[in-house]
Design a protein around this ligand. Sequence first.
Ligand SMILES: Nc1nc2c(c(=O)[nH]1)N[C@@H](CN(C=O)c1ccc(C(=O)N[C@@H](CCC(=O)O)C(=O)O)cc1)CN2
Length: 295
Amino acid sequence: MGARTLDGRAASAAIKVELAQRVAALAEQGVTPGLGTVLVGDDPASHSYVGGKHKDCAEVGISSIRRELPADVSQEDLEAVIDELNADPACTGYIVQLPLPGHLDTNAILERVDPDKDADGLHPTNLGRLVLNVSDPMASPLPCTPNGIVELLRRHDVDLAGRHVLVVGRGVTVGRPMGLILTRREINATVTLAHTGTKDLDALLAQADVVVAAAGRPHMIGADALKDGVVLLDVGVSRVEDPETGKKRLTGDIDPAAAEKASWISPNPGGVGPMTRAMLLLNVVEAAERHAGAR
Ligand SMILES: Nc1nc2c(c(=O)[nH]1)N[C@@H](CN(C=O)c1ccc(C(=O)N[C@@H](CCC(=O)O)C(=O)O)cc1)CN2
């Protein structure tokens, strides 16, 4: 039997319908959620991701605020834009598209975002609440990709309790928060976090019931080392040249041949990416609901 598909496009479409209803309920209270994006530089992928975020917002009734800055913007000028969004009542949540150019201090920027408007869940206060295991989803936002992975599995009835999840990649947007979310009592998975310093990845892959591949290295997870029935989540996005057409195309961290061992696999594109976008919308709507409740 072949692997079943963890269909992120279908799940995100369903979530958007649910969120549009919540946005309509907010409108009745006179609240319009507004997502701000801060985009620095001209990386085509970042432009495309930000464009997708605003398209999603339009679909569910969230208004859009865009700030685009040149690649050589100074730390001071970027911080001024952050301060402006923190003060703008029309902007109920916002993100700074990552990665930022190397001359900028990313941590200082993330820390300057008002934690109540942090739509990415990457402010130290919100990451700290995750570490402290504040489990009320209305208390603070969760990082979008790991939350999207958990939601994708939940919507396909894939239970993680007692299962061994191997997360490959220790980045702040996926790997590190992923481990914290998966080990929450209500999910109850056992997590191993592997990274570029891991010595024998194949030995860990052989023990894993679930693999979250978020290293950004094309096809690094092949079929050989995997257990039969493994659940595979492919987060990595790399642009590689297609040897037949010579054109650039997107590819993930998981070799398509690995599907032969899997019980479930997320396609890439069409799996985790759309869930990342849906969870961003969720964070924006929840921030607006918190704000409406506090008025
Ligand atoms: N501030 C943030 N920056 C970045 C994040 C993030 O969550 N917050 N994550 C990634 C990029 N990202 C969102 O920003 C993102 C990446 C991919 C997708 C997606 O839907 N991918 C599609 C394919 C896209 C394509 O065809 O080009 C898919 O998987 O189907 C959404 C969001 C780094 N930066």
